[in-house]
Design a binder for this molecule. Structure first.
Ligand code: NAP
Length: 414
């Protein structure tokens, strides 16, 4: 692939797809978008931590070869555009990439650069692991019970952007069709939004969630929906989820009903229980029965809410990792924004992007390096050497800057 303004490094290799399987070389080239605002500080810190863990885990046998690509303000400076084709092509070509937060340009026709990246690369699953690292300040009594991974559908639902402003000719036209042709009852001048949820979109998301549960030895997959009210969208998501679980993974999954009817509530070894919960009840469940949930699959809007609610139980967005994943391509990212007031001040918590890097290592099967970082972060927090956001919620903690915090993590690697 010829790029206009970037040159791939020569000392690394491409991740490839062979017979439908991802193949990871020992020196994969990984495109990295540093990001705007605090992106500059956190991505520098993250690269140091990731490099150190890979070096310490594999003694030089493996190495990430970083390939700087551009989006956001840095792209606008270099290319005069916010999301250059070079960047999209590089992520597509190299398959696994990581990014910092990006400013959403005002005007210019973008809903947001993140949304655009997800759409053009068809990254249909937003994956958010939410787990507790000992010592992290939390508003709940037993935060250690939280260890879930949320698979949020990324391309459909009310996020599809099909909306008509009330009192416009478009909204009137849609309303008239629904009232006159379909017998709906809608007040005049209403704004109207459309919520498309397809079998295709639902099933491929649930397949990803179940496959993840299989790969990582998780015991249950919960379909979270509001199907009691929205029967043909959210309810259909649930039905399609159960359907695909049976069609594709019938040998390894059982439903919650089967668990009780056939197995008297005792989960058989090697089987994953597929269950469903209504979204509002799920918000209670993650507080009251936290450890009964492991993998969650849910449509877009529910996923948006539940991801942040769950993250709040274990330390908030500064500690929350995320990725947007398609059939092969995976873009790992910080879940927070560019926090411009802290830009270049070397104060912000880099854990979110570092933990996204942990997800990236796991995606590549580099488990030793991933676990080494998780343990080192936990140790650093337990030692109470933390950035300002955690320090202000902890007693007797020492406040350190972004780069110092990264150094502590590296020093705590064993
Ligand atoms: P934000 O950048 O996430 O920052 C809001 C507040 O959250 C910060 O002031 C800070 O709170 C806290 N925070 C965020 N990241 C943190 C970290 N790593 N460590 C500790 N605290 C952290 O949200 P915003 O101010 O609404 O958005 C700013 C820009 O970011 C906008 O242009 C927005 O479009 C963009 N954005 C990008 C992404 C993305 O690229 N994925 C996501 C969201 C927003 P305190 O001041 O209380 O410490």
């Amino acid at each position: 692939m010829a790029y206009k303004m970037i040159t791939p490094p020569e000392n690394g290799e491409k991740i490839t797809i062979v017979d439908g399987e991802l193949k990871f070389p020992d020196n994969p080239i990984i495109p990295v978008i540093e990001g705007d605002g605090i992106g500059r500080d956190i991505m520098k810190a993250a690269r140091r931590v990731l490099d150190a863990s890979v070096e310490k885990s594999y003694g030089g046998k493996k190495k990430i070869v970083w390939f700087d690509v551009f989006a956001g303000e840095s792209a606008n400076d270099k290319y005069g555009e916010w999301l250059p084709q070079d960047t999209i092509d590089a992520i597509r070509d190299y398959i696994v990439a990581i990014k910092g937060p990006l400013t959403t340009p005002v005007g210019g026709g973008f809903r947001s650069l993140n949304v655009t990246l997800r759409q053009v690369l068809d990254l249909y699953a937003c994956v958010r692991p939410v787990k507790f690292y000992k010592g992290t300040p939390s508003p709940v009594k037993r935060p250690e019970k939280m260890d879930i991974v949320i698979f949020r559908e990324n391309t459909e639902d009310v996020y599809a952007g099909i909306e008509y402003r009330g009192t416009t000719a478009e909204a009137d036209k849609v309303r008239e069709f629904l009232v006159n042709e379909m017998g709906a009852n809608i007040r005049e001048n209403s704004g109207i939004g459309i919520k498309p949820i397809s079998a295709f979109g639902s099933k491929r998301l649930v397949v990803k969630g179940i496959q993840y549960a299989i790969d990582r030895g998780r015991k249950s997959v919960t379909l979270v929906h509001k199907g009691n009210i929205m029967k043909y969208t959210e309810g259909a998501f649930r039905d399609w989820g159960y359907e695909v679980a049976k069609e594709k993974f019938g040998g390894v999954t059982i439903t919650e009903d089967e668990l009780w009817e056939k197995y008297d509530g005792k989960q058989p070894e090697g089987k994953i229980v597929v269950k469903d919960r209504i979204a509002d009840s799920m918000f209670q469940q993650i507080l009251t029965r936290t450890d009964e949930y492991e993998v969650v699959c849910t449509p877009n809007l529910n996923g948006d809410y539940i991801s942040d609610a769950a993250a709040a139980q274990v330390g908030g967005l500064g500690m929350a990792a995320g990725a947007n994943i398609g059939d092969y391509i995976a873009l790992f990212e910080a879940t927070h924004g560019t926090a411009p007031k802290y830009a270049d001040k070397d104060v912000i918590n880099p854990s979110s992007v570092i933990l996204s890097g942990v997800m990236m290592l796991q995606y590549m099967g580099w488990e030793e390096a991933a676990t080494m970082i998780e343990n080192a972060i936990e140790k650093t927090i337990q030692n109470k050497t933390v950035t300002y956001d955690l320090e202000r919620q902890m007693q007797g903690a020492t406040k350190v800057g972004t780069s110092q915090y990264a150094t502590h993590i590296i020093d705590n690697m064993k």
